[in-house]
Write a protein that binds this ligand. Structure first.
Ligand SMILES: Nc1ncnc2c1ncn2[C@@H]1O[C@H](COP(=O)(O)OP(=O)(O)O)[C@@H](O)[C@H]1O
Ligand SMILES: [Mg+2]
Length: 353
């Protein structure tokens, strides 16, 4: 007799700026979990987190997936409960493996991973520590530095440092001395390039710092490098493995929000046209960075590469990378011989290890 299917709880949507992307990723993941041999292996219950953080069970979740659009408040069952997480909806008790398809704060930062941990259930992707460290660019950089991984020079600061003229002047002087222009100003906790600005002089630096400070109490400023952008996918738990390396090219000064999310403004090259030895170096560094941050299960690791000097720097780890059919993570695995159907099955398997 065939073993009974594993009950997967797929959670998507979420109270984050990346709600709409999550719906697209979830449609790709569900289709892969319900296709071919996976149909006998898994039975999927979908759970939707609306923009106010309320959790909804199967019926609402499937309607959102079918429409492909965030649910408007008037489309949800009335009366609406108060915003935020109150309790788990019907069907959650039966879930054997949780599969978060959430991006950004509340989904990728260790919070929902903490809930699954408290429930004592396995889940796809990195745990609490890896998720939260990888979400905060300052904590992530400190962990990379401790592991001796090459990264571009940076200065970390708190928004509060900008309040007092004297401390503000000292921070600006330090940035100009240690980094120079151009530099990139980033809120530590957002993602999708939101709130990031490139500063070419002091006035742009000051306005960039104010913008970042309005979004996040923690800020990173990095030396700007003129570099190619390489990405590598990681999968597995006890045995982490790295995919072939891809490259993102775009017709813009840098990979900002509009360039990331507008069709036709960027292209993906898989494998990246780089020497074999560099591919190996990227893969080795991707695995080392995941070990340094306690990231397991699933991750996309992003790099900067200067092909004039040969310098390779790690940029960041994304623990819940985009998962639409056109996203880098599944495309990198596809090019490495693992198609979508097999990929989601391996992700669930690594959660159960
Ligand atoms: N130090 C830097 N030098 C050059 N370009 C950078 C630098 N930091 C960021 N960028 C550009 O900004 C984009 C977004 O920055 P990133 O740190 O990856 O933020 P996010 O987490 O929002 O993706 C990068 O893909 C790159 O194009
Ligand atoms: Mg990035």
């Amino acid at each position: 007799m065939a073993p009974s299917p594993v009950r997967i709880g797929l959670v998507f949507g979420g109270a984050s700026g990346e709600h709409a992307v999550s719906i697209r990723s979830a449609n790709t993941v569900i289709a892969a979990l319900e296709q071919g041999q996976n149909r006998e292996r898994f039975s999927v219950s979908a759970f939707y987190i609306d923009c106010q953080g309320r959790w909804w069970a199967e019926e609402v979740a499937r309607a959102v997936l079918a429409s492909g659009q965030p649910a408007a408040p008037e489309d949800l069952p009335q009366p609406l409960p108060s915003p935020g997480f109150l309790n788990l909806p019907a069907g959650a008790d039966a879930v054997e493996v949780w599969y978060p398809v959430l991006h950004g704060p509340n989904g990728e930062d260790g919070t929902v991973q903490g809930l699954f941990t408290l429930m004592g259930k396995p889940f796809v992707g990195a745990g609490v520590l890896g998720s939260s460290v990888a979400m905060d660019k300052l904590a992530m950089k400190a962990a990379f530095a401790a592991a001796g991984l090459a990264q571009v020079p940076y200065v970390g600061l708190n928004a509060a440092d900008l309040q007092e003229p004297e401390r503000r002047d000292a921070v600006v002087a330090r940035i100009e001395q240690e980094l120079g222009y151009p530099c990139f100003v980033k809120p530590a906790n957002l993602g999708s390039s939101v709130g990031i600005t490139k500063a070419r002089d002091r006035s742009q630096l000051l306005s960039g710092l104010d913008e970042a400070a309005s979004l996040d109490p923690r800020i990173v400023v990095e030396q700007g490098v003129d570099a190619r952008e390489l990405e590598c996918a990681v999968l597995g738990k006890r045995q982490l493995k790295a995919s072939v390396v891809g490259e993102i090219r775009f017709d813009a000064d840098w990979y900002d929000y509009t360039t990331k999310y507008s069709d036709g403004l960027s292209t993906t090259l898989i494998p990246a046209p780089i020497p074999e030895s560099l591919q190996d170096q990227v893969r080795t560094m991707a695995l080392a960075s995941c070990r340094a941050l306690c990231v397991e299960g699933m991750a996309r690791v992003d790099f900067f590469y200067d092909d004039r000097t040969g310098d390779l720097w790690i940029n960041e780890i994304n623990t819940l990378p985009g998962f639409t059919s056109l996203s880098m993570y599944p495309m990198l695995w596809n090019a490495s011989g693992i198609g979508l159907e097999q990929l989601v099955a391996q992700l669930v398997e690594s959660a159960r290890e």
